[in-house]
Design a protein around this ligand. Structure first.
Ligand SMILES: Cc1cc2nc3c(=O)[nH]c(=O)nc-3n(C[C@H](O)[C@H](O)[C@H](O)COP(=O)(O)OP(=O)(O)OC[C@H]3O[C@@H](n4cnc5c(N)ncnc54)[C@H](O)[C@@H]3O)c2cc1C
Length: 462
């Protein structure tokens, strides 16, 4: 039987990771746990709320979801817009954010919203005798026993808890290079969020960006913000750029009639567009049912979807704020940004720069040289290849398994982590590590629902 809170019995829940997912999990548990309970929210960065996505101080880094859809609470859809109106920040006040919430605000502002939501929940919970401890620690191992769970910190301390929730988010990307080329060197920036590494790029240095998605767009804006003027070449297998947001409302799809094959789904979506619905409305209409559609697809069809449709799904589903799309278009128009389609055959890097051999989709082979390479190929979701010490130890001891599609960790229907001995009683995961089970568990509107439902379940409430 999985661990669940018994009515009135105080518990201690430890949450590893204090980005959006872990912080929101803490907020819900603080509201729901019985008096005398404790929540320990642990993050190695010592920051609580913003996480990787919303910790940027670059005002050009905008949310890629309109403010109307960014409430932290599925049952209070206007919460973020109301927060913006109350704070009345310059350029983001009542006069600037329309009641429709169709506005794309800086991600750093959203980080403030999450942090404040957490602080308010902490104060309110204290009046009920429920405590939140914020621990700036790196968890390097954990064990589960009949009586509870024990966490080990890099600095040496330990913590005991009744249940542990892994909210560890995304891991840095791996370079998509298979031939054992010399991929390391001072000119290869493997982690796009490594700020000091970006600072080393000279104003006129040519740069290659691996990946043409949202992170590539972020990188271009980050380089602009540092005064970079040199040429940027963005490379991905298909050279597809994310589409742009437009004001739209979800369309009408009979979600119960969703086909159970990848090809069937593609035809179903295309059919709705052919029948006159705007493509954005069709994609948005699928949102509430995406996890259920994914769950109902047989494994072979999930694989087929990943192999053939994934890149097209990503660029239509995860779109660019119009302001960002305009800057990308301007950079392409001026020749500063070139987008190329091709597969990396070889990568050689040394102290002076990087050289890529690229095979294009027609089979031609060409060379790309630059002073720097930034890897924006998307987070490493294949846990078999994740190097993080905690993840490695849990995998090595069979406490967790990578999910069969290489998208995250295997979880059961209660979000309990599944290892060699079956589902854990006390270890759970939320957010991006559960992508294998949910598929769309990347953005706030999906994560907030998962977190709210899980916290209610763990707290023994309907
Ligand atoms: C750049 C970027 C922009 C995005 N923009 C949007 C957007 O505009 N709208 C939207 O809806 N979604 C967006 N997303 C998607 C989504 O909101 C985020 O992925 C989401 O915030 C995930 O949060 P998280 O808490 O699960 O992960 P993270 O934010 O990655 O947080 C995980 C935390 O866990 C900590 N941690 C990990 N391991 C340990 C350990 N062993 N010990 C201690 N601490 C540990 C890390 O330090 C980190 O702070 C964006 C994602 C990214 C990456």
């Amino acid at each position: 039987m999985p661990f669940r809170v018994e009515p009135g019995k105080p518990v201690h829940v430890a949450i590893i990771g204090a980005g959006f997912t872990g912080s929101l999990c803490a907020v819900h548990l603080l509201r729901r746990l019985p008096p005398g309970s404790r929540v320990s929210l642990i993050d190695r960065t010592g920051r609580f709320g913003p996480g990787l996505a919303y910790g940027t101080s670059n005002a050009a880094h905008l949310l890629n979801v309109r403010a109307a859809n960014m409430s932290a609470f599925p049952d209070v859809p206007g919460d973020f817009v109301l927060w913006l109106w109350r704070r009345d920040l310059p350029g983001l006040g009542h006069a600037d954010i329309p009641p429709s919430g169709h506005a794309f605000v800086p991600r750093g502002v959203y980080g403030r919203y999450v942090a404040e939501t957490l602080s308010e929940a902490r104060v309110a919970a204290a009046t009920r005798g429920v405590r939140l401890d914020l621990l700036g620690q790196d968890v390097t191992d954990l064990w589960e026993s009949e009586a509870g769970a024990r966490l080990l910190f890099a600095e040496g301390g330990e913590l005991e808890a009744d249940a542990v929730v892994l909210c560890v988010g995304n891991f840095p990307p791996e370079l998509p290079v298979a031939d054992g080329s010399a991929c390391d060197g001072p000119r290869v920036i493997r982690d796009p969020w490594d700020q000091p590494a970006l600072d080393r790029i000279g104003a006129d240095d040519p740069v290659i960006v691996i990946g043409t998605g949202l992170t590539m767009a972020d990188m271009l804006l980050a380089l602009d913000g540092r005064g970079h003027r040199g040429p940027v070449t963005a490379l991905s297998r298909r050279g597809l750029l994310p589409a742009e947001h437009a004001q739209t409302v979800p369309g009408r799809m009979d979600l119960d009639a969703a086909p159970r094959t990848a090809l069937g789904l593609l035809r179903w979506v295309r059919g709705a567009i052919r029948d006159g619905q705007p493509w954005r409305a069709v994609i948005d209409a699928l949102r509430p049912a995406t996890a259920a559609i994914w769950r109902d697809l047989p494994p072979v069809e999930r694989r087929r979807f990943l192999r053939h449709a994934r890149p097209y799904w990503e660029v239509h589903r995860h779109r660019l704020a119009p302001e960002v799309a305009a800057r990308i278009a301007a950079a392409r128009g001026s020749g500063r940004l070139t987008v190329r389609a091709g597969r990396i055959q070889a990568l050689h890097a040394d102290a002076r720069g990087v050289r890529l051999t690229v095979r294009d989709r027609a089979g031609g082979v060409g060379r790309l040289d630059a002073d720097w390479l930034i890897n924006c190929s998307g987070p490493q979701a294949d846990y078999a290849r994740v190097r993080d010490p905690l993840v490695r130890r849990l995998l090595d001891r069979g406490i967790v398994h990578p999910d069969p599609l290489g998208l995250g960790l295997e979880v059961d229907g209660n979000l309990a982590l599944v290892g060699a001995a079956g589902p854990s009683r006390r270890l759970f995961a939320l957010g991006p590590p559960t992508k294998g089970a949910f598929w769309e568990i990347t953005a706030v509107p999906d994560i907030r629902t998962q977190v709210a439902e899980f916290a209610a379940w763990l707290a023994g409430q309907p």
